[in-house]
Write a protein that binds this ligand. Structure first.
Ligand code: BTN
Length: 329
């Protein structure tokens, strides 16, 4: 990744690329076609944003520390040259990243566009439930995907997202997360991630799939509202250490790109296999609370459509399309 310096953002990208080596203020000014004072102002602005930059006499500027924020530059540095991720739009505070992603998709955003926020003041969960998204504590992002598939296959992308996040969490934070059908990730028996998939589609073709991913990363127990404390957890609580959010966001996006590609090349079977390896639900006795009824049985697998198959006590198999699942054993 070689960037020409032309503004504060590209200067930051160059400082990150330099990996601790000094960058000459004069060389930057010449490259950008601006004065040294303009470069100095960009440096001051970056310092105000929390970057620690040392000025070494006769050598230039050295980046010594980065703030805990999810800027596109930091995520891209962690991603290397991953081709899947397109534009990354980063916000300090939004109501929810979902409507922003919908708007971007309607305006023709490309596959792999990412909307990410430090804080959501009105985060959305499944079944219109609220999603608590405290500032700087988690990863709250929506990813726009534009696969050429019919709408009935779109739920498979919830499973693709669950597998991607589950594996990225294991790789980056070392936490053994497991998937609870359809889209919750649990760690230590509590919810650490929620995934919300929404669709823009014509009758026969998907226009865009918006995958909303909420990961509880660096909360302490007291950071959750009291009602959530018995059921929610964070990666920090589970691992005992603070997790680098930019690394984790990059890990999730890299995995999402890989799994989407795998799916588009080989179809659903390899994803189903990965999902079943990561799932906590399969083989367990579960209670499924649907809008119409409550069923108890053993979860035996998922279908091509991502439907959960439940073997009831009388031996019949029932497909569960949408439900809250409680593990019974
Ligand atoms: C759930 O488990 O109910 C799904 C939670 C999904 C939360 C994410 S956070 C990013 C995106 N923006 C939202 O408002 N919701 C999703």
């Amino acid at each position: 990744m070689d960037s020409t310096v032309k503004d504060k953002e590209s200067l930051l990208a160059r400082l990150l690329e330099a990996g601790g080596e000094p960058l000459s203020g004069q060389a930057i000014a010449d490259e950008a076609g601006v004065s040294r004072t303009a470069v100095w102002k960009w440096i001051k602005e970056l310092e105000e944003e929390g970057y620690r930059i040392r000025s070494v006499r006769k050598k230039g500027y050295v980046l010594e520390g980065v703030p805990d924020i999810l800027t596109p530059e930091l995520i891209r540095k962690e991603l290397g040259g991953d081709e899947f991720v397109g534009r990354i739009l980063h916000f300090d505070s939004v109501e929810s990243t979902m409507p922003i992603a919908h708007r971007e998709a309607q305006e023709g955003a490309a596959d792999g566009t990412v909307i990410i926020a430090e804080e959501q003041t009105s985060g959305k969960g499944r079944l219109a439930r609220p999603w608590t998204s405290a500032a700087g504590k988690g990863i709250w992002m929506s990813v726009i995907l534009t696969p050429d598939i019919p709408p009935h296959k779109a739920p498979q992308f919830t499973l693709i997202a669950a597998v991607s996040v589950c594996r990225a969490i294991r790789e980056t934070a070392g936490v053994e997360a497991r998937i609870k059908w359809p889209n919750d990730l649990l760690a230590g028996g509590r919810k650490v991630t929620g995934i919300l998939t929404e669709l823009q589609a014509d009758p026969d073709r998907v226009k865009a799939i918006i995958i909303g991913i909420g990961i509880n990363v660096n909360q302490d127990p007291g950071d959750f509202p009291e009602s959530l404390q018995p059921i929610a957890t964070s990666l920090k609580i589970q691992s005992g250490q603070k997790v680098d959010r930019a690394k984790l966001a990059a890990g999730v996006l890299r995995r999402l790109g890989e799994c989407s590609r795998l799916y588009l090349e080989k179809g659903f079977p390899p994803i189903k296999k990965m999902w079943e390896e990561d799932a906590i639900t399969i083989g367990r006795r579960v209670k499924a609370v649907t809008v119409r009824e409550t069923l108890t049985g053993t979860a035996v697998g998922i279908t091509e459509e991502g439907v959960l198959e439940l073997r009831l006590d009388d031996g019949t198999i029932r497909g569960i399309y949408s439900a809250d699942i409680e593990l019974q054993d």
